[in-house]
Design a protein around this ligand. Structure first.
Ligand code: BES
Ligand code: MN
Ligand code: ZN
Length: 497
């Protein structure tokens, strides 16, 4: 686990400073570190350094063993906190093998300081659990991050680095869960791992096994999980502080592996479907972070977990299943499984929320559709909603957190494509607008009075290209930061009312 501290003077062997382009010339931004930039700028220019984002360049230093330049890009415009977060992350990633580093990036506020601390901590992540004989050769990530800041003595700065530690710790948990292969992560082992983690945070855990799910009428989770030797689960983690101003439910898609079922996916790329539980991991990581930060909101995080497999017991195209609460669904395509497990969990989450006094909002998080990736690419997630104000609040949270989300519509005219001649609903509709059709399917399981967000993170959840900024290869942990920030925003809004 990475530790972060503040300082007003450089105290490690490694010093990280910013570099970028100002008036078309290479310019070093050493924050409050004292370095002779003039001669260095021309040397670095001769060496071909450009200062572009994601460029990290190391030189032997004078007062430190190593001086590390991390690209900030164009310095003629004001630096965004996300640029700082990414630059710190890129440097931290490139410093694996070193123990400690001091980050002297420029910042004008504690908010920007927080971004630097967070980016550095998020970049200090590696996943080596399954390296067998190669394990000893792997470089350990940075474990001590120091941020050089003139705000070091303020309480706000101290809170900010605590928060960054928590965000990094829980993001690492989310990434670990995503990266863990399905041979080692089943619905049951996911639950056991979370149950063990949960003891640290004073949250409550409830697990429904396959018998309880059958008895309770969770036809979506059972239907998707019935083709697998690893039976499904419904995991609930609850955080109820003694005082709270809002109550939310988070629901995350937890398919520990998605083969497509009898609508078998092509072999090429199927391996990435170990990430189909990213939504579940994100909602659990978020509630752990919220509990650690003692944010006064009550949260229930729900993870419907199943493995979507091919077998003689798998759901057949044309099977009809009964979602929790009684709505029937004709399963025309067993590869549209996420919406089925989410439907059960959404109804249950609303029922439990109602009993405990009503939900202020329900948010589902899912690697739901390939159409999301087609529409928005691999770095921007989608938000769909039945409540514009809630969506706007979430989008500001995402913006503050430095995660890219974009609003998408739920056009009523697409709804009819989900009609089934024999059941209440079919699980697939029009192919065009597939992301929106999936959102409309989920909307059928939402009480119109409850503000609801559907986050489709299919592209951004898993990075199968190169690492960049604070984002490693593999699980990214996307949505966690936005959910935590949403909880913080909801509290500050409530206190103003
Ligand atoms: N888990 C997939 C969606 C997905 C695709 C996530 C690519 C991440 C990357 C989901 O279960 C799925 O298979 N969706 C189908 C739905 C279709 C059958 C209506 C899809 O998008 O093709
Ligand atoms: Mn699928
Ligand atoms: Zn899936």
């Amino acid at each position: 686990m990475v530790k972060i501290k503040l300082t007003t003077k450089v105290d490690s062997d490694v010093l990280v400073v910013g570099i970028g382009l100002k008036n078309k010339r290479l310019h070093i931004e050493p924050g409050s570190a004292q370095i002779d930039t003039n001669s260095l700028e021309s040397t670095l220019t001769s060496m071909g350094v450009t200062g572009a984002a994601d460029e990290v360049f190391k030189l032997p230093g004078k007062s430190t063993k190593l001086i590390v330049f991390t690209g900030l890009g164009n310095l003629d415009e004001p630096l965004s906190s996300e640029t700082l977060r990414r630059a710190a992350g890129a440097a931290a990633r490139n410093l694996a093998g070193n123990k400690a580093a001091t980050f002297a990036l420029p910042h004008k506020s504690v908010f920007e300081l927080a971004a630097i601390a967070e980016g550095a901590a998020l970049g200090a992540y590696t996943f080596t659990e399954f390296m067998g004989s190669k394990k000893s050769e792997q470089k350990a990530p940075l474990s001590q991050i120091t941020v050089l800041s003139k705000f070091s003595d303020t309480n706000q700065a101290k809170d900010a680095i605590k928060r960054a530690e928590v965000i990094a710790e829980q993001t690492a948990l989310v990434r670990d869960l995503i990266n863990t292969p399905p041979s080692h992560l089943t619905p049951d082992s996911f639950c056991l791992r979370i149950k063990k983690e949960a003891t640290k945070y004073g949250v409550k855990v409830e697990i429904l096994n396959e018998l309880a799910l059958k008895k309770g009428g969770y036809g979506g989770i059972i239907g998707v999980g019935q083709g697998s030797a690893n039976p499904p689960r419904l995991l609930r983690v609850s955080y109820t502080p003694s005082k709270f101003s809002k109550r939310f439910a988070f629901v995350g898609k937890g398919i520990t592996f998605d083969t497509g079922g009898l609508a078998l996916k092509p072999a090429q790329g199927m391996e990435a479907m170990k990430s189909d539980m990213s939504g579940a991991a994100a909602v659990i990581g978020a509630i752990f972070a919220i509990a650690q930060l003692k944010i006064p909101v009550a949260i229930d995080s729900w993870a419907p977990l199943a493995e979507n497999m091919v077998s003689d017991t798998a759901t057949r195209p044309s099977d009809v299943i009964s979602i929790y609460g009684g709505k029937t669904v004709e399963v025309l395509n067993p590869d549209a499984e996420g919406r089925l497990v989410l439907a059960d969990a959404l109804i249950r989450a609303a029922e439990v929320g109602k009993k405990s006094g009503g939900l202020d909002g329900i948010v589902d998080v899912a690697t739901l559709t390939g159409a999301q990736v087609v529409a928005l690419g691999t770095r921007t997630s989608a938000v769909m909603t039945n409540n514009e104000a809630f969506s706007d609040q979430f989008l500001s949270a995402a913006n503050i957190a430095g995660e890219s989300f974009w609003p998408m519509p739920l056009p009523v005219e697409l709804r009819a494509s989900l009609d089934s001649p024999i059941a209440d609903l079919a699980n697939i509709g029009d192919r065009s607008g597939g992301m929106l059709v999936a959102g409309l399917f989920l909307k059928e399981f939402i009480d119109p009075q409850t503000p609801w967000l559907h986050l489709d993170i299919a592209g951004p959840a898993f990075n199968d290209k190169d690492a960049h900024g604070y984002t490693p290869v593999g699980g990214t942990g996307v949505a966690l930061r936005s959910l935590v920030t949403l909880a913080e925003l909801a509290v500050s809004q409530a206190s103003k009312q």
